[in-house]
Design a binder for this molecule. Structure first.
Ligand code: HEC
Length: 78
């Protein structure tokens, strides 16, 4: 997480530039395709889901790392 630079824009429990991971987990709660969708969005970047600030593509992060990060994020729901 730290090494991939995600923390520059995300925190677990508060909005920084991107949404708090707990909010992401809450939003996708009950969506069985969430993990697949989020892996895709994290790799390619995204905009418009949470606001007008885009997340740049995180292409330098390996597939395995992105999957692990997304799986972890989805466990954070309260
Ligand atoms: C330069 C800032 C920045 C960095 C670096 C960044 N993000 Fe984001 N992230 C954002 C913004 C802004 C959004 C909201 C995009 C939107 O509205 O669609 C976002 C959205 C997300 C979402 C929700 C996507 C969705 O479709 O709902 C996830 C999950 C996420 N980021 C994970 C990560 C992970 C994991 C990393 C590190 C590999 C990372 N982010 C790095 C800014 C960033």
């Amino acid at each position: 997480m730290k090494k991939d630079g995600c923390v520059a824009c995300h925190a677990i429990d508060k909005k920084v530039i991107g949404p708090a991971y707990q909010e992401v987990a809450a939003k996708y709660k009950g969506d069985k395709d969430a993990a697949t969708k989020l892996v895709d969005n994290v790799k390619k970047g995204g905009v418009g889901v949470w606001g007008q600030i885009p997340m740049p593509p995180n292409a330098q992060v390996s597939d395995a790392d992105v999957k692990e990060l997304v799986a972890w994020i989805l466990t954070l729901k309260k």
